[in-house]
Design a protein around this ligand. Structure first.
Ligand code: XCC
Ligand code: SF4
Length: 652
């Protein structure tokens, strides 16, 4: 195995890692080798919340630590390893919940501007979803126009962020039993911002110093993300830009074109990218491109923005988190436009070795060395045109070092909750009944959400693909978002043919009957809220218990790295889902905190965390949990019958 083959399982990426070495370019793959993690920080035991620190609390020397020894293992202020690990953990939740929610706030602001007619170029695309939300939130419909209704919805949505008292409005979407549990545990989120600020307060020196109460606030803030900020982002994006429906797309670095202007859109918010899609199709832009010697304008997405524009417009997807630098290494990217989140600062230095222009657009996210073209939502099309023009004008500057790997695969994306409902239930009676029935009769063993990032500490895409293959082989239907979805698509798991190739017989038979892949692409990271909605729909359809925690489902992020992933995992757990993370676990420095998250949480929330770096073993932890839930529901025997039938069929 070559050095590059050790870093990714994806052949396009391997080629570009090699090209980067030839071109003398330093990437995250190189930096991960030289940057050794701090062993105390890695397990969560380093605190720098005040100027007396950083305090690095070591792990206990042996198993038999005396009280006197334990007494000494503290920060200067007296904080124990438990307090420090819990504080660090929930600050990660706060960071992640803040990122998702501030994205949601941005969408709500645009939504309101569109409703008021202050954002030309945008309009409300999904009327049905608008009216549904109006019903959910008690907004008067009558004979009011969509815009009038949307003004009310936009204002209510924005107020959710700063609400001081009461419960988040989307809490009511959860199963009743779940809502009651949250109230009992003191975990029902109030205003989204409030829960995040409260984490920052409680984790300040000398405030909350009981890891149990710290972790409860972590749950609360994460629920404000999943059932708050992220859900607002997804709902309003769907109303504005259209609810995704299944679409055939292409993926991987091979989607870049040698003879066309390549413009990559990278980041998270679809606000700008929707307009770039429009601008890039304008005849004047095409003409300008031709005048510069290009045969067209090729848009491609990266990371979660890519998921958004793929789902809604079928725009090709160039890659996931660890492929962002590699895209530039092709030498064929004329501009990479970014907004917020998961954008490597090194993009501008990598770009120096080629001709690529890196364009930042968010007032919240600047990078030295990048061109800044601020996105003005009141004049969005003009901003988008300026960006497309910058890319076109840079096309003639391409250097000799262009090499685009040919790899690209197909995928079907766009499985929103609505399409799953419709596909499985049929046109006349959209419902989750067929999914529930197939779970009850055992053809589908359960459902897993496999989500999250790439992490340069492990081989790119390897854990995602290994875990997903193992799950579908065992008849578990897999729902995906984010960079994890991209990894599976690059491995050709998101096409209907994958069912016959990789899925167990039960799952394959359902996929073939409905015509869906065994691995469904549900969108970007804020769209993990779609998984919560889907899980709730399964509960409401009946036959699988009264709460999400009774469903035969599990979650995972086998290559997680971002704080957003921790917030997502925490709201999965807080919603009653068993969730296993790979790579490393940030509280291993405190046995008590880890045990609390991995074991005690199950009694409190019905869902709990687990850590397992081996993706196959992790998949089996999920399957075991699914089987445990099947047994509790009394549907474990059905599956044995299905398997028996299949064995008999094979013998015939
Ligand atoms: Fe970022 Fe959303 Fe993680 Fe990918 S999966 S690395 S968070 S782009 Ni959200
Ligand atoms: Fe050290 Fe306490 Fe300050 Fe943290 S808050 S750096 S543990 S003194």
């Amino acid at each position: 195995m070559t050095e590059a083959e050790d870093k990714s399982i994806d052949s396009a990426s391997i080629k570009m890692i090699e090209k980067a070495a030839t071109d003398g370019v330093n990437t995250a793959f190189d930096r991960a080798e030289t940057m050794k993690p701090c062993p105390i920080g890695m397990v969560g035991n380093c605190c720098k919340h005040c100027g007396m620190g950083p305090c690095r609390v070591p792990l206990p020397k042996g198993k038999e630590e005396t009280p006197a020894e334990k007494q000494k293992r503290r920060g200067i202020c007296g904080a124990t390893a438990e307090t420090i690990a819990a504080r660090n953990f929930i600050r990660m939740v706060a960071g992640g919940a803040a990122a998702h929610s501030d994205h949601g706030r941005g969408v709500a602001e645009l939504f309101l501007a569109v409703a008021k007619g202050e954002a030309p170029g945008y309009k409300i695309k999904d009327e049905q979803k608008l009216l549904q939300l109006a019903l959910d939130w008690g907004v008067k419909i009558g004979d009011r126009s969509n815009e009038e209704i949307a003004v009310d919805i936009g204002e209510i949505a924005l107020a959710e962020f700063g609400k001081q008292e009461g419960e988040g409005l989307f809490v009511k979407r959860a199963p009743l039993k779940r809502q009651e549990l949250w109230r009992r545990q003191g975990a029902t989120p109030r205003g989204i911002d409030r829960e995040i600020v409260e984490i920052m307060h409680r984790t300040h020196i000398g405030v909350d110093q009981d890891y149990r109460s710290l972790l409860r606030q972590g749950v609360r803030a994460s629920l404000g993300d999943g059932w708050g900020g992220s859900m607002i982002a997804t709902e309003l994006q769907d109303i504005l830009f259209g609810t995704p429906a299944p679409v055939l797309g292409k993926i991987n670095l091979g989607v870049l074109k040698r003879d066309e202007v390549n413009l990559i859109i990278h980041g998270h918010e679809p606000l700008l990218s929707e307009m770039i899609v429009v601008a890039a199709q304008e005849p004047e832009m095409l003409e300008l491109a031709k005048s510069k010697g290009a045969n067209g304008i090729n848009l491609a997405g990266m990371c979660c923005t890519a998921n958004e524009i793929l789902m809604r417009h079928g725009i090709p997807l160039a890659g996931n988190f660890l492929q962002q630098e590699l895209a530039i290494v092709t030498g064929a990217v004329d501009a990479m436009v970014v907004d917020i989140q998961c954008i490597m600062q090194s993009l501008t230095t990598v770009a120096e070795c080629y001709h690529t222009k890196v364009i930042t657009t968010s007032p919240k996210a600047h990078i030295p060395g990048a061109v800044h073209i601020e996105f003005d939502e009141h004049n969005a099309l003009e901003s988008a045109r300026a960006i497309v023009r910058t890319a076109i004008e840079n096309f003639p500057n391409r250097r000799k070092n262009v090499d685009i790997p040919e790899e690209q695969t197909e995928l079907i994306a766009g499985f929103s909750h609505e399409t799953i409902n419709y596909l499985l239930g049929g046109i006349y009676r959209a419902s989750y009944r067929p999914l529930n029935d197939n779970i009850i009769n055992g053809r589908i063993r359960g459902v897993a959400g496999v989500v999250g990032c790439n992490n340069a500490r492990v081989k790119h895409n390897e854990n995602h693909v290994a875990m997903v293959k193992e799950l579908i082989k065992n008849d578990v239907l897999v729902l995906q978002t984010g960079c994890s979805a991209i990894a599976s698509a690059e491995a050709e798991l998101m096409v209907p043919e994958a069912a016959a190739k990789y899925a167990g017989e039960g799952l394959a038979s359902v996929c073939e009957a409905v015509g869906i892949p065994p691995v469904l692409h549900l969108g970007s990271c804020v769209d993990n809220s779609r998984i919560l909605v889907a899980a709730t729909a399964m509960v409401k359809d009946g036959g699988l218990g009264d709460d999400i925690s009774e469903l035969p489902v599990a979650g995972a992020a086998p290559e997680w790295m971002s704080e957003k992933a921790i917030s997502i995992g925490q709201y999965f757990v807080g919603s009653g889902v068993f969730t296993v993370f790979g790579v490393n676990w940030p509280t291993l420095g405190s046995d008590e905190v880890t045990k609390f998250l991995f074991e005690d949480f199950e009694d409190m929330y019905g869902g709990m965390w687990a850590f397992e770096p081996d993706p196959i073993k992790a998949a089996h932890l999920m399957i075991e949990h699914i089987d445990k839930k099947r047994k509790a529901l009394g549907i474990d025997k059905a599956r044995e019958r299905v398997l028996y039938d299949m064995a008999m069929r094979r013998e015939m």
